[in-house]
Design a protein around this ligand. Structure first.
Ligand code: URA
Length: 250
């Protein structure tokens, strides 16, 4: 449960500056769960408290958290002249008002990548998770052009354990990737890769650096949240409270 000062909450809701709210607390009857509040520093839990002003219950715009199973051929941008955007796939309620202004993505996927995409209005959370220091793990299902021999697997594992040089691409510099975790599956051309960075085309560039090529890429989890496999590509749902708590605990 997250608590916030009532002056911050009401200011966020459009009741003016914190100074305006301080005045409002004296000029209007502001009740939290039926108790009159005049202290701007009073902490309220907008998930569970009922707040009313002069007898009218106000509904607080809570942060929005959504997961989408991103399809291919759709871009992670607000606008694109050529392709549909992931935002255009959301219902009207998420394309207007508060959501329109504040909904954004926690990390993007390439146009041809599928899988877990998280939308939120929670800027603080996003800032924390996309910071290079967050080391937030992201797991991808990867299909490779060349099936791996036992020797390749040994070589890939050693390199992933240590980190290795990834050449430049487009305008992006070369970099040494941090250690990553590769898991093999029963198919020799399919692996799972967990990375803690999010550099431009990172997964594709890592496999290219190893002499292979990614032919299909899908994000299956990030920051402890797993893609809900019952979502068809293009479908989305709200995160459950447990999932939100998992993200917030990162
Ligand atoms: N790495 C990539 O190369 N592409 C993505 O979309 C995500 C990670």
């Amino acid at each position: 449960m997250s608590k916030d000062r009532i002056d911050k909450v009401l200011s966020h809701e459009g009741y003016g500056t914190r100074r305006d709210v301080k005045r409002l607390l004296h000029t209007a009857e502001v009740l939290v769960n039926g108790t009159r509040i005049t202290d701007p520093g009073f902490h309220t839990d907008i998930d569970s408290d009922e707040i009313s002003i002069d007898g009218e219950i106000i509904s607080i715009a809570k942060n929005i958290y959504l997961m989408m199973n991103k399809p291919q051929d759709v871009v992670c941008a607000n606008k694109d002249g050529l392709h549909a955007t992931v935002f255009s796939m959301l219902d009207e309620q998420y394309q207007s008002g508060y959501a329109l202004e504040n909904l954004h993505l926690i990390g993007r996927l390439d146009i041809d990548t599928e899988g877990l995409l998280i939308f939120t209005t929670d800027g603080k959370l996003t800032h924390r998770l996309i910071s290079p220091k967050s080391n937030c793990p992201k797991t991808y299902f990867v299909r490779l052009e060349k099936a791996l021999t036992d020797n390749d697997k040994k070589d890939y594992s050693e390199k992933m354990d240590a980190g290795f040089e990834v050449p430049p691409e487009d305008n992006e510099d070369a970099f040494t990737c941090l250690p990553a975790k590769i898991e093999y599956t029963e198919k020799d051309d399919e692996v799972k890769l967990t990375i803690v960075e999010g550099k431009y085309h990172q997964v594709k560039r890592m496999f290219r650096a190893l002499g292979n090529k990614v032919v299909y890429l899908k994000r299956v989890s990030m920051s402890g949240i797993k893609l809900d496999e019952s979502l068809e590509p293009g479908e989305y749902r709200k995160l459950t409270q447990d999932e939100v708590n998992t993200l917030l605990s990162f």
